[in-house]
Design a protein around this ligand. Structure first.
Ligand code: PMP
Length: 413
């Protein structure tokens, strides 16, 4: 039971108090928010930063000679520096602001694809990818004639590494893999994946959408070539994300989009491109988004990713244990190394019906295929109910989830 679980290493009440929306009610009941894998709530510090930016610093960046524009540029570039620090990238030249994780992956698939993918080449992804790390590569393959190869997974939802080794070949141009699965919670052995690819000089992209809210990510220690994540899942605003790329690749890749900001000179005969990272940032960027994201990343670092992981693991363990006591409940995704997500089904019930009853109890979970349809096909299921935890969730949330699921199961059967 929950009172046997060791207390978290930080003050959860203080953390919760930072998130105004969590104090609210939903359907007349205190909100139990268990859908942070889809999008996280925002702390007051981020809300304040956005408010301050628009009240005191708002102007376009990198253009004005006037003081206000320089203040906006400084605030925007501070966001970039904070993102660099968060990922431990070597330089802000390697930190590109994008709309989100999807946009970051599309940038690489499109630009790297145009430069390096040819007919008969191969791109390796895995069976547990989000659609955002499947479809951009399908498009790149369609344009280039390259072929998509898929690493299979076992019944626990872990990559079969022997199969990965077999797929790597002289035809492989890039490997693109999710760091933490949004549907299963599996933490993939990314260092091993990268090292095996690098043995053959193949670059690796990691989809970090679900890893960044929960784990310490160090792109230099990983030696990863590209790393993409979304601001809205790490307590930052929507519409902003980061693509880290090693300078050697970004230098070699053509621009993704054309427009203002990404150019050095333009004439009708010839355009030359701006230096990194601006070469990949066409048009006015999401300035306030970058400001808010920077504050959100600092917020995470102040709590400490190790503390966050430890706290969430307590919740995950307790929820897993208690949910499994419910008759007919099975968990999809039982990898040894998991983070923060529980996907489950109850025999004789539909995930959507379960989710609807939980909603009536004020419990927000996600139901459906979680943008991983090929993964659902692999398990021969239409979808799951997914509860996902963030730093602000409590054992009380776990208890309410378990009680709610029991009640819903009894009503539906
Ligand atoms: N990859 C994974 C693993 C995700 O969970 C998500 C979001 N559900 C994405 C990519 C796409 O993120 P976004 O929609 O913020 O671009």
């Amino acid at each position: 039971m929950s009172n046997t679980i060791t207390a978290p290493a930080f003050d959860i009440a203080r953390i919760r108090a930072d998130f105004p929306l969590l104090e609210g009610e939903m359907r007349g009941k205190p909100l139990v928010f268990l859908d942070s894998a889809a999008s996280s709530q925002k702390p007051q510090q981020v809300l304040d930063a956005l408010d301050y930016y628009y009240r005191h610093q708002n102007a376009n960046v990198h253009r004005g000679v006037y003081e206000l524009s320089q203040q906006a540029t400084d605030a925007f570039e501070l966001g970039r520096e904070r993102a660099r620090h968060f990922l431990n990238a070597g330089s802000t030249e390697e930190v590109i602001f994008v709309k989100g994780c999807t946009d970051g992956i599309n940038l690489v698939a499109s630009s790297f694809g145009r430069k390096f993918l040819r007919e008969g080449d191969e791109v390796i992804i895995s069976a547990m990818e989000h659609h955002s790390n499947i479809v951009p590569w399908q498009l790149a393959c369609e344009y280039s004639g390259a072929i998509l190869k898929v690493i299979p997974i076992n019944d626990r939802g872990e990559l079969i590494m022997e199969e990965y080794k077999k797929l790597l070949s002289e035809r492989t141009q890039i490997v693109s893999i999710v760091h933490v699965s949004n549907a299963l919670g599996t933490i993939n052995p990314v260092k091993e994946i990268i090292d095996l690819a690098h043995d053959r000089d193949i670059p690796v992209l990691l989809d970090g959408a679900q890893a960044t809210p929960h784990l310490k990510v160090d792109v230099q220690a990983l030696d990863v070539d590209f790393y993409a994540f979304s601001g809205h899942k790490v307590f930052g605003p929507t519409g902003i994300g980061v693509l880290y790329g090693k300078k050697k690749w970004l230098d070699a890749m053509p621009p993704y989009q054309g427009g203002g900001e990404m150019i050095a000179t333009v004439s009708f005969e010839k355009t030359t491109y701006n230096e990194l990272p601006f070469k990949f940032e066409a048009g006015t960027p999401d300035i306030s988004g970058a400001v808010g994201l920077g504050v959100a990343l600092e917020y995470i670092e102040q709590i400490g990713q190790d503390n966050i992981s430890a706290h969430e693991n307590h919740l995950l363990e307790a929820a897993t244990k208690q949910l499994l006591e419910i008759d007919g409940l099975s968990i999809i995704g039982t990898a040894e190394n998991k983070a923060s997500v529980i996907s489950f089904l109850i025999e004789g019930t539909h995930p959507y019906d379960l989710g609807t009853i939980l909603d009536k109890l004020g419990i927000a979970v996600r139901t459906g295929h979680h943008c991983t349809q090929p993964l659902m096909d692999r398990f021969e299921i239409p979808g799951t109910v997914r509860a996902s935890f963030a730093v602000y969730n409590t054992m009380e949330d776990v208890d309410k989830l378990v009680a709610g699921v029991k009640r819903a199961a009894n009503m539906l059967r």
